[in-house]
Design a protein around this ligand. Structure first.
Ligand SMILES: C[S@@+](CC[C@H](N)C(=O)[O-])C[C@H]1O[C@@H](n2cnc3c(N)ncnc32)[C@H](O)[C@@H]1O
Length: 404
């Protein structure tokens, strides 16, 4: 990529942003020895009452602001931003993309490439029907992850991962508007609990920011420091901004996420993630539970549940029964705590047996009488306190007492 004199790159950025097919620009990083008033600035076109304007979103660690500007105001805001010391700039238009990196020595390296994937979602929010990240269309993220070849083909060994990523993104899109995530007017925070190798974390970040053009930050957490190390490495390779990883147990970070994701988080780690979503009043929870040992180990076929002895006698049936009861308890608790909770199929059985997803959108209407009655009856039947109830303690008990 060619090095340019200090100011030529600014003219290229200006021209790209002024184009009619301009889609999005991000400014991040900071030049050596410099300082910037915001960690990140995102610029994109928006339609307001039928008129095209330019939206400027400014982000730092604690706050963000969004301003919609007419052309004159937009030009002066842009000059201001170009004058700050950002070191990584990416501009996306319908005909090309522009990547600017300012080196430690202050030289600008400018790369001009094909248009970014993602179509013209910026103005219309319309997306191509079908898969969120389809096969056959080159996608930088899927290629860097080794899922897609340079020609846009999915590698046979990565087909399962490809399906899982797309199914997850479909679920996210399905409830996106319902959860009020598109209209927040600020950058959203998505917390991935038990992120593991972070395929889905990075895919979600890419989809939200580059395809839906919605500014989103992601925090992936996991107790395993080795997967966190690899995830940091991978996000650096992708040059992704707005992604953090941290090592530690779910619930030990005081993040206040808008979306909580927990995919195949082991046993009670799913409960930890649900409790975190409830406590932080997250707008959306997407959780695919994994093993359910906790409840299975405690079931005793006594009292009303003795009628289920013919089922509980057989290990595999007992395991499935414990899975179903645990997830039904979780959904009931979410309803009581102000969520519309549904249990849906995530990917088909042929990919994984652990294929149910708890999808919960916050309504804020807590203490639903029917949900409380159902929950108490189920607890009475099993004579066992679900782990999630123990985690939520008085917070749940208060809601139950209120509606009894
Ligand atoms: C089966 S992997 C799933 C990884 C990833 N979510 C996915 O779907 O590919 C479960 C991950 O959860 C992590 N984990 C389990 N319990 C946890 C806890 N209490 N807090 C944080 N991470 C946890 C494990 O270290 C592991 O990386």
């Amino acid at each position: 990529m060619p090095e340019l004199p200090a100011n030529d790159w600014k003219e290229q950025v200006r021209r790209a942003i002024l184009r009619a097919d301009f889609r999005r620009a991000t400014f991040g990083g900071v030049v050596r020895g410099g300082s910037v008033p915001w960690n990140r600035v995102v610029v994109r076109p928006v339609q307001i009452q039928g008129k095209r304007q330019t939206q400027f979103s400014y982000f730092d660690q604690r706050k963000d602001i969004t301003k919609n500007a007419d052309s004159e105001d937009a030009a002066s805001r842009l000059e201001e931003i170009l004058g700050w010391g950002f070191s990584a700039i990416h501009v996306s238009t319908g005909s090309h993309s522009l990547d600017v990196r300012i080196t430690k020595k202050g030289k600008a390296i400018v790369g001009r490439g094909k248009p970014d994937e993602g179509g013209d979602a910026a103005l219309s929010h319309n997306r191509e029907k079908g898969l969120p990240l389809p096969e056959g269309r080159a996608d930088r993220l899927l290629q860097t992850m080794g899922i897609m070849t340079a020609e846009g083909k999915i590698r046979a060994s990565m087909r399962g991962k490809f399906t899982q990523i797309n199914e997850f993104l479909k679920q996210l899109s399905h409830v996106f508007d319902d959860a009020g995530l598109r209209s927040m007017g600020r950058e959203m925070l998505l917390l991935d609990c038990g992120c593991g190798s972070s395929y889905l974390t990075l895919a979600a970040h890419h989809f939200l920011n580059d395809v839906l053009l919605l500014p989103a930050k992601i925090l992936g957490i996991d107790v395993n420091d080795e997967v966190i190390r690899k995830s940091i490495e991978r996000s650096r390779t992708l040059n992704s901004q707005g992604i953090d990883f941290a090592c530690g147990p779910i619930g030990s970070f005081d993040a206040k996420p808008d979306v909580v994701v927990a995919l195949h988080a082991c046993d009670t780690a799913t409960d930890d993630a649900i409790a975190h979503a409830i406590r932080s009043e997250a707008k959306l929870l997407l959780s695919v539970p994994c093993c359910h040992h906790h409840f299975n180990e405690r079931i005793s076929a006594e009292g009303p549940s003795a009628a289920l002895k013919p089922i509980l006698r057989h290990g595999i049936l007992r395991e499935r029964m414990a899975d179903l009861a645990t997830d039904a308890f979780r959904a009931a608790i979410l309803r009581i705590m102000g969520y519309r909770a549904e249990i849906v199929e995530f990917v088909s059985q042929e990919h994984t047996g652990r294929n149910l997803m708890i999808r919960a959108v916050r309504t804020g209407r807590t203490g639903d009488r029917d949900a409380v009655a159902e929950y108490c009856a189920m607890r009475e039947f099993w004579r066992e306190t679900p782990y999630l109830e123990t985690l939520l303690g008085d917070q749940l008990q208060g809601r139950i007492n209120q509606s009894l």
